[in-house]
Design a protein around this ligand. Structure first.
Ligand code: PHE
Length: 342
């Protein structure tokens, strides 16, 4: 009996098999347990001798079971440690991280540059009433500038009596909102999205502008010129820039000027600051008295300048990117090529 069980214990492959052996030998209905309950019917002397033998047998088998059990547990642990082994010295797999989009980056840069000159940031909605987008900026309904803006109009169901709305065609309506809210004096920029029905290599239906507005008691075009030169020097990171003011026309400024920056274009390389070319970068002028009035600012007391600049254009110039449309296609290969994504 002893040899039979010790052999079974030694060959039990795992803890379940071992438990079966234990039940067969020492369980309630086990072989050895049965023998022990038979002791009661024996003569006292025979019982004493057999009892001692059975007790010793039981203890020996019990000890063998325990030893085998802890041996099996150790082996299982060893196997697990082997299979789940981890080399913590392996180099980590490279991980791709997100980066800031060039347009967002340029917006952050220019916001910081203008902040140094005392300009706060103002905001307005992208879905704008046509009063803010046009009328208040001295563009009445019959004005030809309305057609030139290639406007997206918001659809209105029959019977909808809300004022007509458009996708703002420029950031200039933020001039009106900022002056109405804060009055004068005021010094703000308003970066944001604008929309026009236009699509080619240098135009997308959505693009970004930054508006500038500076109103005080004796602000002049000279202040405008200095602010723009300071901005361009800082933004393009060149020691000096030359700007050219060309007389122009905007309904909301008088006088008005379009501003070009001196640059060169050699061997496919654009250089800002020197050269024999001029590139248009913005529209500007002295805020029209009618515009001040529409925003509740007294034109007999206050005056100042405004300008509007294309942000995407600035980003293209700064990073030498030829096609504007690629900015908004979210093509990772393109973004990586220009170093805008990891
Ligand atoms: N809003 C004009 C445009 O979109 C730019 C501009 C802004 C011109 C402010 C003058 C003053 O073209």
């Amino acid at each position: 009996l002893k040899a039979k069980y010790l052999a079974a214990i030694a060959t039990a492959a795992d803890e379940t098999a071992l438990e079966d052996v234990r039940v067969a030998a020492l369980g309630k209905k086990g072989e050895i347990s049965a023998l022990m309950s038979g002791l009661g019917k024996m003569e006292p002397d025979a019982r004493k001798a057999a009892g001692a033998l059975l007790n010793a047998l039981r203890d020996e088998i019990d000890a063998a079971l325990r030893a085998r059990k802890s041996g099996l547990a150790d082996a299982a642990l060893d196997a697990r440690l082997k299979s789940e082994w981890l080399d913590v010295t392996l180099p980590a797999r490279p991980r791709r991280t997100g980066t800031i989009h060039p347009v967002s980056q340029v917006m952050e840069e220019l916001t910081a540059i203008f902040a140094d000159m005392g300009f706060a940031v103002a905001e307005g909605p992208q879905v704008e009433s046509d009063w803010y987008n046009f009328d208040a900026l001295n563009i009445p309904p019959e004005h030809p500038a309305r057609q030139e803006h290639d406007t997206f109009f918001m659809n209105r169901a029959a019977g909808d009596d809300r004022p007509p709305h458009v996708l703002r065609t420029h950031t200039s309506p933020v001039q009106i909102r900022a002056m109405t809210e804060q009055g004068a004096p005021i010094r703000v920029i308003a970066p944001g999205r604008v929309y026009r029905m236009d699509m080619d290599q240098t135009h997308t239906p959505m693009f970004h502008q930054v508006e500038g507005l500076c109103i005080d008691r004796d602000i002049s075009m000279a202040n405008l010129k200095w602010v723009l030169e300071e901005f361009c020097r800082a933004f393009f990171e060149v020691p000096s820039v030359e700007l050219r003011f060309r007389a122009s026309h905007f309904p909301f400024t008088e006088p008005s000027a379009e501003v070009d920056i001196r640059c060169s274009w050699e061997g496919g390389q654009l250089k800002i600051g020197t050269g024999d070319r001029w590139m248009e970068i913005l529209g500007s002028g002295m805020v029209h008295p009618k515009v001040l009035k529409a925003a509740g600012v007294n034109p007999d007391e206050w005056q100042g300048f405004a300008f509007g600049m294309g942000i995407d254009r600035l980003a293209m110039l700064k990073y030498g990117i030829p096609d504007l449309r690629a900015f908004f296609e979210s093509d990772l290969r393109w973004l990586r090529h220009y170093g805008f994504a990891a």
